[in-house]
Design a protein around this ligand. Structure first.
Ligand SMILES: C[S@@+](CC[C@H](N)C(=O)[O-])C[C@H]1O[C@@H](n2cnc3c(N)ncnc32)[C@H](O)[C@@H]1O
Length: 286
């Protein structure tokens, strides 16, 4: 397998989380590909995170990482499947896709196309690990750097039509890149999306980057070489600034709980709280 960078290896962490969820009797979804995709490296990355967030000899320091990831996956599974019902001949862009297997495991309408964008070495590793698995949809892969100028051209070259409304999921990316790159990515998305396009993403709040109770988790990611770099307390304004009218939902709120979030969700006016937002909205005419 090609040598992977630190942020690229986080794709194996999320695959390990999906494999662990798939083992549970009360699982929120089933990902039959996750265990193979996680390989050996995914479970060892997950063990490092668990040791920090669920120390054996002390109370947990944070809301549950495994439950958070299970809720995130299920929330965006449901959002994607609902979104393709409202966008004719939907083009779904999962960027970055990492080792996500939605193009294989979800039941898509037959006229959907799924475009997966990620770094070329991640997509090459994914292909190797998936072997002969057959996607459940027309799946196209685009190996590219999403902070470059050219990745949207490569998306179009793969058959994506920027003049038709589409469905985009930016999952597990924005906290790893600096603020200037976040704006660049969202500008790129805006440049190739027609009005009516549906967009979703996850983003952490600014406090999550500095709170003392986050230190252990932040240190793990920094130690791996992929520190968290971006958060915002105003996710709706961030997306509005790039042409997307969005709402932000937090895990534990009624539409993002699934009986699995263990903590109360403090009101948005409370400060000094770690938050994650599931943002989803619609591209408005520019
Ligand atoms: C935590 S994983 C999330 C992947 C997937 N959305 C999921 O939930 O499994 C982060 C992914 O972001 C990708 N990534 C980070 N920076 C990127 C960039 N500049 N261009 C393309 N992909 C990037 C990494 O390669 C990795 O696959």
């Amino acid at each position: 397998m090609t040598e992977l960078g630190a942020v690229e290896r986080t794709a194996f962490l999320t695959a390990a989380l999906r494999a662990a969820e798939t083992q549970r009797a009360d699982r929120l979804y089933e990902d039959p590909f996750a265990a193979a995709l996680a390989g050996d490296i995914g479970p060892s990355l997950l063990a490092e995170i668990r040791a920090v967030t669920f120390p054996a000899t002390a109370p947990r320091t944070l809301p549950s990482t495994p439950d958070y990831n299970a809720i995130r996956t299920r929330f965006f599974d449901d959002w994607l499947l609902a979104s393709v019902e409202s966008v004719p001949r939907a083009q779904v862009v999962i960027a970055p896709a990492g080792l996500d297997s939605r193009a294989f495991r979800l039941k898509w309408p037959s006229d959907v196309t799924v475009f997966e964008v990620d770094r070329p070495q991640v997509l090459a590793a994914k292909q190797e690990l998936l072997g002969a698995a057959t996607p459940s949809v027309d799946r196209r892969t685009i190996g590219a750097d999403m902070v470059s100028d050219s990745w949207t051209d490569e998306l179009v070259a793969a058959g994506y039509d920027p003049d038709r409304p589409s469905v985009w999921l930016l999952e597990g990316l924005l906290y790893y890149i600096p603020e200037s790159a976040v704006h660049r990515v969202l500008d790129s998305v805006a440049s190739v999306t027609a009005p009516g396009t549906l967009v979703a993403a996850d983003v952490v709040n600014s406090d999550a980057l500095v709170l003392p109770q986050m230190r252990g988790l932040l240190d793990v990611f920094a130690g791996w070489g992929c520190p968290w770099r971006f958060g915002t307390n105003k996710p709706e304004a961030l997306f509005a600034g790039h042409g997307i009218e969005a709402v932000a939902v937090q895990p534990g709120e009624p539409s993002a709980d699934f009986g699995r979030w263990p903590d109360p969700v403090p009101p948005r006016t409370d400060t000094g709280v770690r938050r994650v937002f599931f943002v989803h909205g619609r591209r408005f005419p520019s």
